[in-house]
Design a protein around this ligand. Structure first.
Ligand code: MG
Length: 388
């Protein structure tokens, strides 16, 4: 089965009492809507992803969803039902009405992809008209008498709490939308209930909460940080520069007396460049050339310490903490021993970590190759980062 994923992100989320709709609030430095979209990455039955937002939405562009291959449909309506209906109709303009659509709430950013897979498989194998993820009620349920007193206890054995995603044929939903009262529709399944068609319940995961109140945001944050706390990643970096006359030699942010200096667009700090690439690599954030293109005159003569500081800032924003750095400088001369400690302390300062977590080693190339002929220097670095 192939399905189109339609994420409904047109709500205003007034219960959050925030300055913006809840789908744009951040959990661990990432907007909820981006997190929700990312939950579905790698599910191969999803052939297309679209997000429905309000026509006047001022926040969505900043997320760069289109660069991730997500279509942004600015057709949100007054109610959830209107938004989903408009979204499906918009999609049907290009692909007709004969497709499966997986409708999901933008405010459910921690849905388990394994549950989504189970839902799709169960609908496919059962031949049902559709299916939803849901959770069995575990609490004792009371029905009131309309005035705040208990009328009776409800038999919970057949009660489920509906979640999303919900999977249906687009054509079925389009027909049902025509006859429904959109004010009363809070999920897609309720459109087809009572139509005689079979809609199956697939047990989801209680973690798949809908972020509605400020407490939910905290719970999601806790869940995600627990899940990733301590997760470690490693990155390696390498750099080399030619030695030329008439330039200062700057290694690890420290100026070192020498008859030649390294040549380059910036200050050519070979060590800090290797460290920057190692940190970028560990965080999966690209490489130094992408962040500071040599073609950009802005970086001419740049202080590499300032560039690395920017990348340290970025890695912190992305939720990474630097654990340690191990680096090696390869150069025939000068002798680095007298400067190693100053370099170590300066690099630790730039990385905002304790000097005990920084190791700087220096060695010669035993007279071999260009570095051995004193034509240039090389540096290697390994950085370990952990989820904050
Ligand atoms: Mg370089």
């Amino acid at each position: 089965m192939k399905a189109v994923l339609l994420i409904c992100a047109a709500g205003v989320g007034s219960r959050m009492r925030a300055d913006r709709p809840k789908q744009y609030l951040e959990i661990l430095n990432k907007p909820i809507l981006t997190r929700t979209v990312e939950r579905f990455y790698g599910l191969d039955f999803i052939e297309r992803t679209a997000v429905v937002v309000s026509p006047t939405d001022p926040y969505v562009d900043a997320l760069g969803l289109e660069e991730l291959g997500v279509e942004v449909l600015r057709v949100g309506g007054e109610t959830r039902a209107h938004s989903v209906n408009n979204g499906i109709r918009k999609l049907s303009e290009s692909i007709g009405e004969d497709f499966w659509v997986l409708v999901h709430d933008a405010a459910r950013p921690i849905v388990d992809p394994a549950c989504v897979e189970r839902l799709v498989k169960a609908v496919e194998e059962s031949g049902a008209a559709g299916g939803i993820l849901a959770e069995k009620a575990v609490e004792t349920l009371k029905m009131d008498d309309g005035s705040g007193s208990i009328e009776r206890t409800v038999d919970r054995s057949r009660i489920w709490r509906a979640q999303t995603p919900q999977l249906f044929r687009a054509s079925d939903l389009i027909c049902a939308f025509e006859e429904c009262d959109p004010e009363k529709i809070t999920d897609e399944a309720s459109l087809l209930e009572g139509s005689g068609r079979r809609i199956i319940l697939v047990e989801g995961n209680p973690q798949n909460i809908k972020i509605t109140r400020p407490e939910d945001l905290e719970a999601a944050e806790q869940f995600l940080s627990r899940k990733s706390a301590g997760m470690m990643r490693i990155g390696q970096g390498y750099d080399s520069h030619r030695l030329v006359e008439g330039r200062p030699l700057i290694i690890g942010g420290v100026e070192i007396p020498h008859e030649k200096g390294l040549d380059g667009h910036s200050d050519a700090d070979v060590l800090l460049h290797a460290v920057t690439d190692a940190l970028l690599g560990a965080c999966g954030l690209g490489d130094i050339g992408e962040h500071f293109p040599p073609s950009d005159p802005k970086w001419k003569g740049a202080d590499s310490a300032v560039l690395l500081e920017k990348i340290v800032e970025l890695s912190l924003e992305e939720g990474w903490r630097i654990e340690n750095l191990d680096a090696t400088i390869v150069a025939e001369a000068p002798k680095f021993k007298p400067y190693k400690d100053a370099i170590r302390r300066r690099v630790a300062e730039i990385l905002r970590i304790d000097p005990s977590c920084v190791s700087i080693k220096a060695k010669t190339n035993e007279g071999m190759d260009a570095v051995g002929r004193r034509e240039g220097m090389m540096a290697f670095a390994v950085v370990l980062v952990a989820r904050q």
